[in-house]
Design a protein around this ligand. Structure first.
Ligand code: C5P
Length: 224
């Protein structure tokens, strides 16, 4: 097993609200890794579609994805689309509704995956999303699949939205999550699924810190 210090890749997949972004961000801080929020990249591309009123699978959008510049700053906290900070815009309900349709287009995935693999080659990384353990980093040193019940995931998302003063209900957040899960797990290209060699972690009754400690313990245990 590789030592943290040499180049290490930790890949995490899971559905919306499973806790993977917060968990991966904290592990990145604790272990000094680069953090890759792969969903943010699909969200940024979705903004391109919304800005120009383009259909998810339109040739014009596919062309734009090939030429646009998506970059992260501040270890994943800020995302720039063609040099504009879109970190807040990518989290709006309009993006939530459209992103899974954009993310199912194979040509768009192809461009984004290439970009993610280039970022992954830069150094030790923890990356999270829907196809990191299966497609983007199939040879990752550590693979985890985080899951939780729909109700628990909806409650977490509702708390996030309420903190941002967004008015919504548990039922509508649960419906949005369920619709996105359905699209992400049933699409033809790179559907969300647990890789055969991923460790499955049910986070329903766990705090973020418990999940973080669990993953760090698994990584460190295999180093000793
Ligand atoms: O993780 P997040 O909720 O920000 O992801 C938004 C959407 O982007 C997902 O619902 C999915 O459709 C898409 N996505 C993907 N592959 C990834 C990450 C995200 O298809 N690796």
């Amino acid at each position: 097993m590789k030592k943290i210090g040499s180049q290490v890749t930790i890949a995490i997949d899971g559905p919306a609200g499973s806790g993977k972004s917060t968990v991966a961000r904290r592990i990145a801080e604790r272990l000094g890794l680069l953090y890759l929020d792969s969903g943010a990249m699909y969200r940024a591309v979705t903004l391109l579609a919304i800005a120009d009123g383009l259909a998810a699978d339109s040739p014009k959008l596919i062309e734009q994805v090939k030429t646009c510049h998506i970059e992260f700053e501040d270890n994943g906290k800020t995302i720039l689309l063609d040099a504009e900070d879109v970190s807040v815009q990518i989290r709006t309900p309009a993006v939530n509704r459209l992103v899974a349709d954009v993310a199912k287009v194979p040509e768009i995935r192809h461009e984004i995956v290439k970009h993610q693999q280039r970022i992954g080659a830069e150094g030790s990384i923890i990356a999270e999303g829907r196809d990191l353990t299966t497609i983007v980093f199939p040879n990752a040193d550590y693979k985890f699949y985080l899951d939780a019940s729909v109700t628990e995931r909806a409650k977490r998302r509702l708390a996030d939205l309420q903190a941002q003063n967004v008015e919504t209900t548990l039922a509508s957040v649960a419906a949005e999550i369920t619709a996105r899960d359905e699209k992400d797990t049933t699409r033809e290209h790179s559907p969300l699924r647990a890789a055969d060699d991923a460790m499955i972690v049910d986070t329903t009754d766990k705090t973020i810190d418990e999940v973080v400690d669990f993953i760090i313990a698994r990584v460190c245990e295999s180093q000793s």
